[in-house]
Design a protein around this ligand. Sequence first.
Ligand code: FEO
Length: 396
Amino acid sequence: MAVQISKHVKYVGKIDWELRKFHGDQMSTDRGSSYNSYLVQSEKTALIDSVWKPYIGEFLNNLKNETNPGNIDYVIANHAEPDHSGVYPHLLAAHPDLPVYCSANGAKSLKGYYHKDWNFKIVKTGDKLSLGGGLELTFIEAPMMHWPDTLMCHLSGDDILFSNDVFGQHLASEFLFAEMVNKYELDYENMKYYANIIWPFAKKAKAKLEELRSMKLPIQMIAPAHGVIWREGLEELIAKYEAWSDEYAEDKITVLYDTMYESTRKMAEAIASGIRKQSPSTEVKLFHCGKTNQSDVITEVFRSKGLMIGSPAYNNGVLNSIGALMEELKGISPAGKKAGVFTSYGWSPRSLKQLTGMAEESGMEVFGKGLKVQWNPDEEAIKECIEFGEDFAASF
Ligand code: FEO
């Protein structure tokens, strides 16, 4: 069902209430998501983005209720990722001459996915496309927000920024607009989306936000590719993204661990009590990484100034959940975070060296030499853990 969201724009996307995992099984989407697509109708008609494969038939049927697909003049492919481009092979099979406006990398990615040489019209930042009736689209390249091809566009007249992944959230809502949904849910999903999708490219995001401001485009509405549409508090939203893109951290330390026979858990809890003792105003949270979805853990990591990361020694390495976490942190390179590491072991403490190496590889500042405890921590070892937590908290 289409929803008129402004004078010339209808929402023609798909709200996916069922989605629970995204990027394969990598990211949890506990509140569903949506694949946002917009139909701009003036003297010319433009379709901005589309939906993911399972919903192609539904999308095309709904689109036919709004316009004859043969009347579409332009496809605007802001992003080649298949959850937004899924409809193109079907639409363009029926209308092969339809121009597809995208970035140069967009054309490469779309060709790579669909093996078709469509009628690509390559655009760069500042290029404009007139839709007649005084309306025009201005394109803004935004490479790595979230793929190299990412493009945003601005519609004059209705003053809408189609921001693609930027300002998106995995949040299904029939309300469609941000100011109408539960604020707690929105704030969490907004931050989780940033932490898991945009954070690895924060430096580029920072520069792009500066560029966007310098373009001085009038913006009354921000319409992302996922989640609800923003039409209130836009300045606050942009300022939030600017802060997040600048080595964001709250007064918060997160203790991340996995455990086999509770030794590492006891260490984690003792370290947390040391942090609390040293710095009562610092928020401390503990997560068993084997029991917590990694994308929620990453959201907590994003908010934290410091991390304590612990695993028991396991064979010649560390437990899977901690290994996976460290791999993801390596991909993110969390600038400005400080990490301490700890391990419990039976006969070989090499896991401490491994954890240290993994933390260094991710680019985090590593605190001290780490802490190792053999077998089950006794009273003396617990005292050492508390002191380790105190020293960590005092190091900020
Ligand atoms: Fe669903 Fe990178 O987009």
